[in-house]
Design a protein around this ligand. Structure first.
Ligand SMILES: [Zn+2]
Ligand SMILES: [Zn+2]
Length: 157
């Protein structure tokens, strides 16, 4: 599920607070990019975010979008997620949740599950690795793609 109106407002306020604390200018561009990510549930690519803000911010460049999305990730107001298509995807949710990843169309959908949240993680100290959080990726074929498959099958009968 995406985020509600109230959380959306809280998140924007939190962003402004963080900007003040970190001395990062809370520009109209950054705010618009954050809103664009918060308004989508499909884990958009930087390109999709660019398309979404283009009407609001004339002449915004691809480089500006990339740079500012990275800044938002560093600030912890959005997250970056798995990218089966080889492209970075951005996620409005910063809490622990998991993903259904379609290997055909590269769609990513959120799934909340208590059992997955409480998975016992292995000891990674031998790798010198410190785990901060985790996401489980359930990989497979989404409903849309399966529907297309069954249509194809029906046609060829
Ligand atoms: Zn799919
Ligand atoms: Zn997600």
């Amino acid at each position: 599920m995406g985020i509600g109106a109230r959380e959306r407002r809280d998140r924007l306020e939190r962003f402004e607070e963080l900007c003040r604390e970190a001395g990062v200018p809370c520009t109209i561009q950054r705010r618009a990019l954050l809103e664009a990510v918060l308004d989508r549930e499909d884990h958009p690519t930087a390109h999709q975010v660019l398309e979404a803000v283009r009407a609001r911010i004339r002449g915004i460049s691809r480089a500006t979008v990339h740079r500012n999305l990275e800044t938002l990730v560093e600030m912890g107001v959005i997250t970056k997620t798995c990218h089966p298509g080889g492209v970075i995807r951005y996620d409005a949710r910063i809490d622990i949740h998991h993903h259904l990843v379609c290997l055909r169309c590269n769609s990513i959908a959120d799934i909340d599950d208590e059992n997955l949240d409480s998975l016992e993680l292995p000891d990674t100290s031998a790798f010198g690795f410190k785990v901060s959080d985790f996401r489980v990726q359930l990989r497979g074929v989404c409903r849309e793609c399966r529907r297309k498959d069954s249509k194809k099958r029906n046609r060829s009968k």
